[in-house]
Design a protein around this ligand. Structure first.
Ligand SMILES: [Zn+2]
Length: 163
């Protein structure tokens, strides 16, 4: 079920790739890179954090993630459920199944927020620039605009990248 969700036809290819890497926990966060001998440390780069940076940590457990989901996330869209869980955020699996129309809106929204969070983390690592949860939410809103302009899903857009 998760693999179907990962490559959900409502997602842009770019976001299918991100979903795929999140679901397989192969997004190049430090814990992943460290286990491959490609990073000196597995510690989260967010200031004052220092916990192991797993995919789940980066997108859900870290304070930067929690701030986004708690404060900025609900501001940008009314379609986010109040009781977000890591299973829903990471894998698109809710406590109960969503009506497909709801999910077709919800999943791109969650994916845009994850992508924006990942970008802000990369900006921090590469340029030492810190971003507020509000700024991350704005980036996600902008990305969501692609979906609004695009309209409905485009299953014929191409296949998702699979390793
Ligand atoms: Zn952290």
């Amino acid at each position: 079920m998760v693999w179907h969700i990962v490559a959900h036809p409502a997602l842009l290819n770019l976001h299918r790739d991100l979903s795929w890497m999140v679901a397989h926990e192969i997004l190049p966060v430090r814990a992943v890179m460290h286990s491959r001998g490609m990073a000196r440390t597995s510690a989260c780069p967010r200031p004052g954090c220092g916990q192991e940076e797993s995919v789940r940590h980066m997108l859900w457990e870290c304070r930067a993630a929690r701030d986004l989901w708690k404060e900025a996330g609900p501001l940008i869209t009314s379609c986010l459920p109040a009781d977000l869980t890591p299973q829903l955020v990471l894998y698109g699996v809710g406590r109960r199944p969503f009506p497909s129309k709801t999910f077709t809106k919800l999943w791109p929204t969650l994916t845009c927020l994850k992508e924006a969070l990942w970008s802000s983390r990369n900006l921090l690592v590469a340029k030492n620039v810190e971003t507020t949860p509000q700024a991350v939410a704005m980036v996600a809103t902008e990305a969501l605009g692609w979906y609004e302009r695009k309209g409905a899903s485009t299953p014929g857009e191409g296949s998702s990248t699979t390793p």
